[in-house]
Structures are given as C-alpha cells and as structure tokens.
Design a protein around this ligand. Structure first.
Ligand code: ADP
Ligand code: MG
Length: 257
C-alpha cells in the first residue's frame, strides 16, 4: 500500500495516436486504475466523441458532460468511479464541438482552462484522445504536460509515428513549451510473433532519444471481456496478464521500478 502524495498539481498526460483501435482508451482505463490502486488520485478525461471510455466505465449518456465545460463555460463535470478514480465523461454531443472550438478564439486552449481549477485535487489526469489529429487532440496536447503514445507493433502503425511526433513537436514549439513525450508503449502485443519482436526492436532503435516503455501490453482476453463487463481489468480479473502489464506500466510511469 502506497501513500497518496497529493503534492501540488496533477501531471496531465494525454494518450494519443491518430489511429483507432490501438488501445488508447484501454490504456486510459487500466493505467488510470493501476495508478489509483497505487494510491494516486486520478482523473480520467474522455475527450473522444465516441465516448468509449465513459461507456466502458458504466457512464452512459451522462447528464453533465465535458462538452458543457468546453463550450458553455460550465465547471468540469466529474463522476466518481472507484476509490481515487474519477471521470469527466463525453458522448456523441462532443462530435459537434470540433467546429465550434475551431471558430472560437482560443478554442485550442479550452481544455487547459477548464482543467486548471481541479489540478490540485489530483496526482494524474489522463486524457483519452480521439483517433485523429484534429482540434480536439490539439486541445489535449495544449493542456498536457506530456503525451503517451500507444503503438501496435505493426508496420502500418509504425509508419504513422513520424507524423504523430512532428505534431507533438509543433504544439511544443508554438503553443505549449512544457509538453514532453512521456513515452511510447506497445499495445496488443503478441509475444510469440517474431515480427512483433522485430518491429519493437526497430522502433526502439529508430526512437533513440525517446522513452520506449519496457512494459508491453500483451493481447489478453481478460481485457476484452472486462470492457464488455464495463469494468477495468483489475476489477474484472486481477490475476491476468492484462492486470500485470498495466501495473508494470504504472510503476514505470511513476519511475519506481
Ligand atoms: P482506441 O481507443 O485506440 O481506439 P481501444 O482501447 O478502444 O483503442 O481498443 C481497441 C479494441 O482492442 C477494443 O475492443 C479493446 O477491447 C481491444 N483491446 C485493447 N487492448 C487489448 C489487449 N491488450 N488485449 C485484448 N484486447 C485489447
Ligand atoms: Mg478510444
């Protein structure tokens, strides 16, 4: 059991990749849960109009949503999920926010602004981004201290990495000079596939200078099932590869392994 530190301001980590299906949402849920189990206070922010994160945690069609804070100057809506773990939810209503945010002066700064009043209440804020490099993802990068890139060890996924990293660099140079790359985490890994091992080695070499996490997230049926059950993998099956892998990642993020 670890002590909650609550020392000052939360670290905001945006989980990004413009590809869909690469475990951004899964990582937000399970890394968030792992950190909360280690005594950290965690806020998950669902900034994807698909609302997968909110649904996966059992918050369907929430009355108050993130979009109300982004567009209507309302305070950030926060729902408690479990001990040390809160969620600011979204659903399809966020889909129209793109256009409105583009039109507003400082639209890209809105998430940053609405997060400020709650940062002292948390150790970590994890922002689950949409599968696009749009204004929503920009807003998440502007609000972030760092970004965590989830990456499948497939050639098609690796090919998009340059574009993603140059977007991060652009935001860093032009708007948010504190933004760093937290690291790249491999997801949906099949350890028995030689090509996955080779691709991971290739990325580690190509990304010298960036952190590539030692922990990799293996394909695990408990993770798939936990989402149907609207649970994190620790609640669904604490003794599973999925739980082990995300706990290991959490220790790495904390820098204590
Ligand atoms: P994204 O948010 O990047 O679009 P998701 O987190 O929604 O990706 O994951 C895509 C799909 O892959 C989901 O159905 C999810 O349950 C499944 N998935 C993600 N990680 C794993 C894993 N480690 N093992 C098995 N299934 C996984
Ligand atoms: Mg998602």
């Amino acid at each position: 059991n670890q002590q909650a530190n609550n020392s000052g301001k939360a670290k905001v980590i945006s989980i990004i990749n413009h590809k869909g299906g690469v475990a951004k949402t899964t990582t937000a849920i399970n890394l968030g849960k792992a950190l909360s189990l280690l005594g950290k206070k965690v806020l998950l922010v669902d900034i994807d109009a698909q609302g997968n994160l909110s649904q996966a945690l059992g918050i369907d069609q929430p009355e108050k949503q993130l979009v109300n804070a982004l567009l209507d100057d309302e305070p950030l809506p926060i729902y408690n999920i479990s001990e040390n773990l809160d969620l600011s939810p979204s659903d399809l209503e966020l889909a129209d926010a793109d256009l409105e945010l583009v039109q507003q002066i400082g639209g890209f700064n809105r998430l940053n602004k609405v997060l400020q009043p709650v940062l002292n209440d948390y150790d970590y804020v994890l922002v689950d981004c949409p599968p696009a490099l749009n204004i929503i993802t920009n807003a998440a990068l502007v609000a972030a201290d760092s970004c965590l890139i989830t990456l499948q060890p497939e050639i098609s996924a690796i090919k998009g990495l340059d574009k993603l990293l140059s977007r991060v660099q652009q935001v860093q140079e032009e708007i948010n000079d504190k933004l760093t790359v937290e690291g790249v985490v491999f997801t949906l890994v099949k350890n028995q596939l030689v090509i996955h091992q080779e691709n991971m080695d290739y990325v580690k070499e190509a990304l010298a200078g960036f952190r590539v996490f030692e922990s990799v997230i293996r394909v695990n049926v408990a993770i798939t099932e936990s989402q149907s059950a609207q649970q994190d993998v620790f609640s669904y099956q604490p003794k599973s590869n999925g739980a082990d892998d995300y706990m290991s990642l959490a220790y790495e993020v904390l820098g204590v392994n």
